[in-house]
Design a protein around this ligand. Structure first.
Ligand SMILES: NC(=O)c1ccc[n+]([C@@H]2O[C@H](COP(=O)([O-])OP(=O)(O)OC[C@H]3O[C@@H](n4cnc5c(N)ncnc54)[C@H](O)[C@@H]3O)[C@@H](O)[C@H]2O)c1
Length: 418
């Protein structure tokens, strides 16, 4: 059963949108109140004073690391040092940063002097010994536990004893990353979302070993970066990726079993989500999402499915199931069974919403986050779910999914389900 939770309700307001498909307007008011109040004070931040941060190290010079370097330099005005395995990779990241700064200048968001100053804050090297003076080092290397553990083991003797060690992992165990370290108490997860400059959410993951000062410093960093932090337990996929991956798994299982791909991908359109699931999957990348599905399947084999078509698409290095215009790629269609003429969009929508209600209920029972409001903050700010849905849990109540799965609402008495 879902646990009894503190209920946050928005003021009752008139119905908005299509009452059959979207929650009443109070869900929007609930979301607005949530964003106004919760943004500033994540639940569970320790009272300890954070350590000062004067310089930042970023390990890996790939997609996320380059963006992280930019955001740390731009928001905090701090020197940032990036490393990778080869000078070519480091140079590639520095070139991306230079080009990005030029783009900001051409858009009028920065002047030339500011861009030059920002650029000069970011340096790159292949020599990790240069992290010796950093107050914080965040790793953003490949999403492989062994690689990340090797990076932490390599870094530990090079860093000051009080330097904070962060990981940007999307789904792996932060606790396991700290195993074998002399100082696992300084390891904390700080999970940013792509694009880093745009999505305001950071999931902060405390392990059983993280000490209060390390956690307080991570929370303070998130706040200084202008991000909204949600504290999330160290469980596979944390919050946003667990929910999105459950959604992908349901949809892909249906498609692998013959549901019409276009109809299935558009089954959630009436909800007004920012994009269809297969469009989102194209942005994430088939190989990355397959990897997350495998991680989640290993943890929860009964609920998370590893799609045969997704594996084939990743293997064939396709950009996803859809082309840039949203049309199903013929190469992807060729990997699927003949479409079932009886596919029913409404039944697919109900199946997906019920699966999400199940997952959210289990997450609350496992105390992955402190309550439904955190789930909603995560989906509003980390997955761009629209305010009119209230994030996710008001939608699950309004659609009846919470009651079908758990026999009660996530927000009893709020009016979302009336
Ligand atoms: N891509 C996303 O949308 C996204 C979003 C949130 C979090 N993440 C997480 O961020 C991390 C990085 O993802 P990415 O997409 O930027 O990966 P990426 O493949 O673009 O970059 C990883 C980089 O790490 C480097 N690297 C590997 N081993 C190294 C080592 N020992 N020392 C230094 N550098 C090393 C690689 O050469 C590569 O340049 C992953 O944990 C991923 O799960 C990714």
């Amino acid at each position: 059963m879902i646990p009894d939770t503190v209920v946050e309700t928005g003021p009752p307001a008139g119905a908005g949108g299509d009452a059959c498909t979207t929650p009443k307007k109070s869900a929007g008011a609930y979301a607005t109140a949530l964003l106004d109040t919760e943004r500033q004070r994540p639940v569970g931040v320790p009272g300890a004073a954070p350590r000062p941060v004067r310089s930042v190290g970023v390990v890996g010079a790939g997609l996320m690391a380059s963006q992280l370097a930019m955001v740390f330099a731009r928001q905090l005005g701090l020197p940032v040092l990036i490393t990778d395995l080869s000078q070519a990779k480091v140079d590639g990241a520095l070139a991306w940063i230079t080009a990005h700064l030029q783009k900001l200048v051409s858009r009028g968001e920065l002047n030339e002097t500011a861009a030059r100053e920002l650029g000069s804050l970011i340096r790159g090297t292949v020599d990790k010994r240069e992290y010796a003076n950093c107050d914080v080092v965040i790793e953003a290397v490949f999403e492989e536990l062994n690689v990340k553990r090797a990076v932490f083991a390599e870094l530990e003797p090079l860093l000051r004893a009080d330097a904070l060690l962060l990981t940007n992992t999307s789904s792996l165990s932060v606790t396991a990353m700290g195993h074998g370290l002399a100082h696992p108490e300084r390891v904390v997860g700080l999970h940013f979302f792509n694009p880093v400059a745009v999505l305001p959410l950071v999931e902060i993951i405390r392990t059983g070993n993280s000490d209060d000062v390390s956690l307080a410093t991570a929370c303070s960093l998130a706040r200084l970066l202008g991000k909204t932090a949600v504290l999330v337990a160290d469980t596979p996929g944390f919050a946003v990726n667990r929910i999105l991956t459950r959604l992908f798994c349901e949809l892909l299982q249906l498609i692998d079993n013959g549901a019409d791909i276009e109809l299935a991908d558009h089954a959630l359109d009436p909800l007004g989500l920012p994009m269809t699931p297969l469009t989102l999957l194209g942005f994430i990348g088939p190989a990355v999402q397959l990897h997350i599905c495998e991680t989640m399947h290993a943890a929860y084999p009964d609920r998370f499915y590893v799609s045969t078509s997704l594996a084939a698409i990743a293997d064939a290095r396709l950009r996803g199931y859809l082309d840039k215009s949203g049309t199903v790629l013929p190469e992807a269609a060729a990997l699927l069974p003949a479409a079932d003429v009886d596919s029913d969009a409404d039944a697919i929508k109900i199946r997906i919403l019920d699966a999400l209600a199940e997952e959210v209920g289990l997450m609350l029972a496992e105390k992955v986050v402190s309550g439904p409001a955190d789930i909603d903050l995560c989906m509003l700010l980390g997955a761009n779910y629209p305010r009119h849905l209230g994030g996710l849990t008001p939608l699950l109540d309004q659609s009846g999914a919470s009651r079908r799965v758990w026999g009660k609402d996530f927000h009893p008495g709020s009016g979302f389900a009336d």
